[in-house]
Design a protein around this ligand. Sequence first.
Ligand SMILES: Cc1cc2nc3c(=O)[nH]c(=O)nc-3n(C[C@H](O)[C@H](O)[C@H](O)COP(=O)(O)OP(=O)(O)OC[C@H]3O[C@@H](n4cnc5c(N)ncnc54)[C@H](O)[C@@H]3O)c2cc1C
Ligand SMILES: NC(=O)c1ccc[n+]([C@@H]2O[C@H](COP(=O)([O-])OP(=O)(O)OC[C@H]3O[C@@H](n4cnc5c(N)ncnc54)[C@H](OP(=O)(O)O)[C@@H]3O)[C@@H](O)[C@H]2O)c1
Length: 331
Amino acid sequence: MSRMSYLVKEKHRAPARRTPVAPDPALPRTCVIGAGSSGIAAAKALYEAAIPFECYEAGTVVGGNWVYDNPNGRSACYDTLEINTSCPRMAFSDFPMPADYPPYAMHHQVAAYFAAYVEHFGFGDRITFSTTVDHVARSGNGWLVTVTGPDGQRTEEFDAVIVANGHHWDARWPEPAYPGTFAGEQIHAHDYRTADQLAGRDVVVVGSGNSALDISVVAAEHARTATLSQRRGQWVLRKFLLGKPSDQISLPAWLPWWVTAARLRLGAFSPATSPSWDCRSRRTGRASRTPCSPRASGTRSSPAGSRRSRQSSGSTAIGWCSSTAPACPPT
Ligand SMILES: Cc1cc2nc3c(=O)[nH]c(=O)nc-3n(C[C@H](O)[C@H](O)[C@H](O)COP(=O)(O)OP(=O)(O)OC[C@H]3O[C@@H](n4cnc5c(N)ncnc54)[C@H](O)[C@@H]3O)c2cc1C
Ligand SMILES: NC(=O)c1ccc[n+]([C@@H]2O[C@H](COP(=O)([O-])OP(=O)(O)OC[C@H]3O[C@@H](n4cnc5c(N)ncnc54)[C@H](OP(=O)(O)O)[C@@H]3O)[C@@H](O)[C@H]2O)c1
């Protein structure tokens, strides 16, 4: 068995598939639900193993959450979203991201990458779009899968089902709800898209996950006032360390934990050293006037092994954002 590469490089690229793989009817017939990054990875593995399968996708394109304004109506993608692990770390093990991508790809590049993956491995025609799985039920040793597509509803039998329907489309609000009343507008990070939603308003962002900190950055630039509300402290790690994507600087596993802990602290406190990068508009792909600023370089972490957490409110200018209830009161 080959060992998966830690950083996926050009030398790991598998050749494009030119001849279709014929499904072997003796193998268990499988249903894949969803064609986001998980669904297409599953579909590709089944395809290459000649396992007969259907992949049903509610939307009209692959990529799920990474497709801005996905016609499936479920994407949480906002216009400044980029990946929080560098490209060689996030890539599929046999399909590196294009060499001309920035260290951290923007959402439209990630979506294009997933579409290219399907194209490269030649199983796009095995995905049935605009078809939603409504119901899955046990039937003997198999499964009855009921779907609704352009031709209406039908039920099919499968030996196995792979559920790859994602979960970030299901926004999680605070439970129980905050006490008291609030007359302003409240939106969930899932429904945040652009700075226009925050411009000129008094914005409170609740939470300190990646969504919260990302949205806080935009609020800091566009809102009348921007407040980040955190219920506990977080370490905010820079995306770049010593001029390199920080997740590409790894230490040998045999080193004691305190060395790794020190390395993470260095990642939080080191001065910004991100290289200038030709930022392109996340939506249009057009080049912007200014290079990426280091303020957009960070990722949240609670270093494992550290029992202490540090108030990171001093880092709000480096921002990110929340999965739960950012409140945007009107001015
Ligand atoms: C704002 C945000 C930023 C993120 N950033 C990162 C990151 O930087 N790095 C990272 O690794 N992860 C990140 N994630 C996590 C993200 O969930 C994964 O990157 C990835 O999108 C998960 O892929 P998935 O295929 O499991 O789900 P999804 O991308 O959600 O895809 C699920 C697919 O299933 C389809 N589907 C759902 N239900 C049905 C149904 N009943 N019938 C048919 N089709 C259905 C949907 O239409 C969709 O296309 C982020 C998440 C969010 C919300
Ligand atoms: N590529 C990117 O840069 C990017 C951007 C956005 C999201 N993501 C990914 O998407 C996933 C979801 O991220 P997310 O930031 O949306 O959600 P998240 O990581 O779950 O963070 C939610 C935040 O809200 C806080 N919170 C939850 N309930 C609360 C309550 N009742 N009152 C106050 N605060 C509350 C949490 O605090 P506690 O920690 O104390 O619970 C946490 O800080 C993650 O995998 C993330 O990596 C990535």
